[in-house]
Design a protein around this ligand. Structure first.
Ligand code: NDP
Ligand code: 2IT
Length: 445
């Protein structure tokens, strides 16, 4: 990076020096923008990059709650509104012991460009807590969610900021959060949170949307290269919400998924993972992949090694950030992997991305490939505003169209700048241009 881009990055680095994930995410976006700045010198004059790299607001709060032994616990809560240029802040909540301000900031920054790519009216935000739900009873999770919302309710609203799920936050947690919001505000305002159970105003198809969307995006990438999913061998990391429905859709479309994982190990099954058993273990029993392997005589638990050592045609990282590094990328390339589509946020390290691009692996970056989740959240907001009830089919059809359109925007922008097949460049630039135009149009606010 040079000139204006280098100056902006230096300032971001100075202000956020203890936040490597945020710096990694900013660096990745800025390094795509040089050709855009040549076309649009007004971006520098209007300080668009300075504005888009500084969050509009950052809220940090204490969350005190009682565990089942009546011990008082204290966690830290976060909600960060990065940009409201395109709509209310929109993005998930993550409950995981590693969550800190830098994690939330990187996720919120990515969310701005992802949400822009959907073409819908949603700004970018993210939040969460260092609360660890693992091993906590249902009652403990409920009390934590209530304590978390007792502070958060002041800042959210269907026209202001609309949280949803992410790691450690699913429909159960959203239900508890919504219940407490409703009680504190005396309003039934379902559009304040998305990812609700259908019985609470949630949208059929939201649960599946991120994983399904990632597969639709991969399908579009393959289609654009005269290929398809049928008969492909796939590896999907993670075994949470995104991984589960990525596996399901891959199988529906004729691919074979031979492995998935969690932080305790890898389940390998040469004949293909059994979706129904995995779903029961993960969604109903809240178990581990080791429990899945215990139930499947054909499956094998690998507690050593990397999931990316398993040979595959297509790889879907669906667990967490920086889970696929340069060595993993080299192994994937060596084993003949042809496509990587990111269900998780920023799962591939910068080294890994460079290796994929040099080797001609089709690389679908998170902000494009996993945008189906937030896009369907925006549809949930619409369903809540209109008080209609949409069918699963309505939602899935719209999701497919949205993923096709995101694919075409990324590919179209990449082609226009002579960066054929560079979906990472296309996603950054297409996402950036829409939000930058909005920031410019508001004047200085
Ligand atoms: P879940 O909590 O449902 O599942 C997370 C999965 O990732 C689990 O298998 C978990 O294993 C694994 N995992 C999480 N953190 C780590 C870690 N530090 N090391 C190893 N494994 C880890 O979350 P989601 O499926 O919702 O989220 C997965 C990814 O997808 C995240 O990057 C999230 O930001 C992204 N995403 C989610 C969307 C959504 O709609 N939910 C939308 C777009 C992106 P374990 O149980 O052992 O911790
Ligand atoms: O990273 C993401 O896009 C999400 N966790 C989903 C956000 C949302 O508002 O549905």
């Amino acid at each position: 990076m040079k000139g204006y881009l280098a100056r902006v990055y230096a300032q971001v680095k100075k202000r956020n020096r203890a936040e490597p994930l945020f710096l990694q995410a900013v660096h990745e976006v800025l390094s795509s923008l040089e050709p855009v700045l040549i076309e649009h010198p007004e971006i520098e004059d209007s300080a668009i990059l300075e504005r888009l790299t500084e969050p509009e607001r950052q809220i940090i709060f204490r969350v005190a709650w009682q565990d089942d032994r009546k011990r008082i616990r204290v966690n830290r809560g976060f909600r960060l509104g990065f940009s409201s240029a395109l709509g209310p802040y929109k993005g998930g909540l993550r409950f995981h012991p590693t969550v800190d301000l830098g994690t939330v900031k990187f996720l919120a920054f990515e969310q701005v460009f992802k949400n822009s790519l959907t073409g819908l009216s949603i700004g970018g935000g993210k939040g969460g807590s260092d609360f660890d739900p693992k091993g906590r009873s249902d009652n403990e999770v409920m009390r934590f969610c209530q304590a978390f919302m007792s502070e958060l309710f002041r800042y959210v609203g269907f026209q202001t900021d609309v949280p949803a799920g992410d790691i450690g936050v699913g429909a159960r947690e959203i239900g508890y959060l919504f219940g407490q919001y409703k009680k504190l505000t005396n309003r039934f305002e379902p559009g304040v949170l998305t990812g609700k159970e259908p019985g609470l105003g949630g949208l059929l198809g939201r649960k599946e949307a991120t994983g399904f969307g990632t597969v639709y995006f991969a399908e579009e990438m393959l289609r654009a290269h005269s290929d398809g999913l049928e008969g492909k061998t796939c590896v999907v990391s993670g075994s949470g919400n995104v991984a589960l429905y990525c596996i399901r859709k891959l199988q529906d479309l004729g691919a074979k998924v031979v492995a998935c994982s969690d932080s305790g190990g890898i389940a390998y099954e040469s004949g293909g993972i059994g979706f129904d058993v995995l779903k029961a273990v993960k969604e109903v029993e809240r178990g581990r992949v080791s429990d899945y392997v215990d139930r499947r005589p054909q499956a094998e638990l690998k507690s050593e090694g990397r999931i990316w050592d398993i040979p595959c045609d297509l790889a879907f990282p669906c667990a967490t950030q920086n889970e696929l590094d340069g060595n993993d990328a080299e192994t994937l390339v060596k084993n003949g992997c042809k496509l990587v589509a990111e269900g998780a946020n920023m799962p591939s390290t910068p080294d890994a991305v460079t290796i994929f691009q040099k080797a001609g692996v089709l690389y679908g970056p998170a902000k494009a490939a996993n945008a189906g989740g937030v896009a369907v959240s925006a549809l949930e907001m619409r369903q809540n505003a209109s008080q209609e009830q949409w069918t699963f089919r309505d939602v899935d059809d719209q999701l497919r169209q949205i993923m096709e359109s995101i694919h075409n925007s990324c590919a179209g922008v990449a082609n226009r700048f002579n960066r054929h097949n560079d979906y990472a460049f296309g996603a950054n630039v297409a996402g950036f241009l829409r939000v930058a135009q909005a920031v410019q149009a508001y004047g200085v606010v």
